[in-house]
Design a protein around this ligand. Sequence first.
Ligand code: ADP
Ligand code: TPW
Length: 577
Amino acid sequence: MTTASLQESEAGGVVGAGKLTDGIHLVVDALKLNEVDAIYGVVGIPITDLARLAQASGIRYIGFRHESAAGHAAAAAGFLTKKPGICLTVSAPGFLNGLVALANATVNCFPMVQISGSSERHLVDLQRGDYEEMDQLAAARQFAKAAYRVHRAEDIGRGVARAIRTAVSGRPGGVYLDIPAAVLGEVIDADLGAASLWQVVDPAPRQVPEPSALDRAIELLAGAQRPLVVLGKGAAYAQADDEIRQFVELTGVPYLPMSMAKGLLPDDHPQSVASTRSLALRRADVVMLVGARLNWLLGHGDAPQWNPDAKFIQVDIASTELDSNQPIAAPLVGDVGSVMQALIERTKPGQITVPTQWRDELSARSAANVDKMAKRLKAAETAHPMKFLGALQAIRDVLAENPQAYVVNEGANALDLARNTIGMRVPRHRLDSGTWGVMGIGMGFAIAAAVESGDPVVAIEGDSAFGFSGMEIETICRYNLPVVTVVLNNSGVYRGDDASPSGDPAPTALRARHDVMITAFGGKGYRATTPEEVTAALREALALRQPALIDCVIDPTDGTESGNIAHLNPKGITVQR
Ligand code: ADP
Ligand code: TPW
């Protein structure tokens, strides 16, 4: 119903003399009712007024330069808070820009909702060529956990409730909610509108496992000679930090943290086998996966990376994840918090122990690896031009003085080396390229971490990685967020020393003074050529709690092609450089 027709019917006494509302007000009211406190987006027809009204109603609106970054911010907010992050986009191109982040959120199991305006249905569906015409619902379906469209203002509350419930319950993921312009502009009776909204009750109910399943898992662990626990980002997401720590310490089982699970237990914990990962995977005979998938990041659980006789226990909220790669001898379907709590309660004192031989084997290898790494680190301390590891040691030491700081990390070498060099002490304080190894999450994740927590953020970025969302440093400056971006600038994708047979730069070549960039937006730029300069700049920037960017000049010959996943490049005939 259009505004005009409603006024006519009001005049005719059909609706009555009550107050009116419209689709835009109903969206904002529904979000507020469901305790949404931040929206990440880019405005334009038909959602500009929605953003204005959200802001006026007390929801924090963060306006981005590109929808991908806004979407990545919403996804990170979802991971950090266990509530779906909200991304707001305009029709067709804005929607598509946001869709990358929605898909990435779904792949990583982060809860988010992308709300997008869309064009007139009667024009879109007959492909008559409307402004920003696109069948967005059909496009979103294949990339999201679910996709819904609202056709009537009275269904907005239902649509929002359904989107929130779907995003956070079971395995979290990205949900698309399509609201056509006509629905946003539809005017209805305010009382009817208010009555059509509801708050989702218990959006992500606990899922408690069967006692027999628990006993099966406990018995398997109790009989192990070389047990291992792998903690994944699902364990971090679950916010079951005490239960996880208690179970790990109670049993004494060595554990391996996946990158975003670092900090669930402090990285210098004596049971961590992060420094002897290869040996732990190759030798473990019983492996308990907690919120971690046996995907490519874990070599699909296959030999020779893994012991071919290893038996797997898997704790996961998604039953269909089990047996996706290896037979799961003891499935524990449930939420990590409930499962770990139940395991603690059902494990008899002394029932699970770790043979000394296994602990000794791991410690010996760990000592050797740490020693090897210490030599590399030492050499990098004084190397000039600066190496990745020179800059990263400086960052590591300043971060140790700021344990509350969030770390965002993307790139290839910049990702691998930072993950291994920088220890985490606090849960959910490391956000990175995740399951896809995607570039472009950097500034969006950093903005969300700062907005959601109010704490400082250090984004450690490869120079290529940074470029994907680099314009968002303007967003960081505009909202005066305490984000320090550290660009490890080796002048290229992977490396900066590729020769080019043509007159053009090599495909991997890049060149930029990123520190100059941020000054255009009022932020503070630093250029660092030695580890000492990195230390001084980062210390100062964190103390100021203001937007800053440190461009670290790294040796262009440092770094390897594709970092530690070079083996995934197709191997045909060697390409001449
Ligand atoms: P990583 O990359 O760190 O190994 P993954 O993203 O591969 O982690 O795995 C995360 C797993 O955690 C997914 O299979 C997901 O279903 C699961 N998960 C997410 N939230 C929970 C939860 N609250 N309880 C149990 N499992 C969860
Ligand atoms: C959306 C492919 C993987 S890593 C990377 C690219 C372009 C950048 C590596 O260079 P960087 O890091 O950041 O300078 P470093 O330390 O090695 O020098 N597009 C998307 N995602 C991915 N993963 C790529 C391209 C890629």
